[in-house]
Write a protein that binds this ligand. Structure first.
Ligand SMILES: [Cu+2]
Length: 133
């Protein structure tokens, strides 16, 4: 890996590399201090989550979303880049081919565990999905 070298090169890349590491090393505990979108819409059998990616930032801020196993997740993401959203572990993916146009991914939280949901092109952690048994 040349990450160390790239980090040394510019400050901006340092930030990007750190975000990338957080986003794709699935074992890391990126605890964003659970606030925000936690258990949004939890009274229904579908949990609706909406995220926006702009200027390298996630809105609402990254947090942990806890749902029971079997819950349907309806995830809508808008990115300012051509992007790709990936639910690690459960392995659901969606393409965002048009910047600024939201994409919606509907999937079932079919496995218990802690899963990172990230964007691939912008390398951001949208949220961590904790599925309880
Ligand atoms: Cu991924």
């Amino acid at each position: 890996m040349t990450l160390a070298r790239r980090r040394a090169a510019t400050g901006l890349l340092t930030v990007a590399a750190a975000l990338a590491l957080t986003a794709c090393s699935s074992a890391s505990t990126a605890d964003g201090g659970s606030s925000g979108a936690t258990t949004a819409g939890s009274s229904a059998t579908t949990t609706e989550l909406t995220y926006a990616v702009a200027d390298g930032k996630v809105t609402p801020p990254t947090s942990t979303v806890t749902v029971p196993k079997g819950r349907t997740i309806r995830l809508t993401v808008t990115s300012d880049h051509v992007d790709e959203v990936h639910v690690h572990g459960i392995d659901e993916e969606m393409e965002l081919p048009t910047p600024g146009t939201p994409g919606t991914l509907v999937f079932t939280a079919s496995l218990t565990g802690s899963f990172e949901v990230e964007t691939h092109k912008t390398d951001l952690l949208l949220f961590k999905l904790d599925v309880t048994g």
